[in-house]
Design a protein around this ligand. Sequence first.
Ligand SMILES: [Zn+2]
Length: 162
Amino acid sequence: MGTEFCKYCEDDTSCKNGHLYVIQLRDEIGHRYENKSEKGYLYVGETGLSVEERGRKNFTRKDGSYVKPDDLYSDRKKPLDEQQWPEDDNWEYDTKSIPHIRNYFLKYRPDLVHYENPIVYDKSDPNKLKRLEGKLADKLRNRGWRVINKVSWKNRASQTND
Ligand SMILES: [Zn+2]
């Protein structure tokens, strides 16, 4: 019972609470940054789905087929016109950081989620999950990781204008 990220979730069924998750990207993504991280590169996210379900959606095509991260990684090494699964508009999820996850996925890091999942929804504190997501990202940055997506709690005021 339970999953790596939440003892109340099943792989395909969320416990209906919030979850924080951390994905480690391959060091290769460092070529995108002038200041390299010696520790590594992370994506920090939150979801009401089970983390496993949410993760599969990053690798799901619009026709419903799932591409294994390792298969996609090999495919991305080919010239663009030979790729079976390029960054076309046939992916189910396409927000800003998701293509980086598809390009550089290494592994999940439940050990770096410094809060206890699930994050129980609290009507009187609707920002709780977002706040903890931002705090977690800030904490990991302070420890030397590069968080590739823009979540933060410290800079929240300036970010609301994005
Ligand atoms: Zn859960």
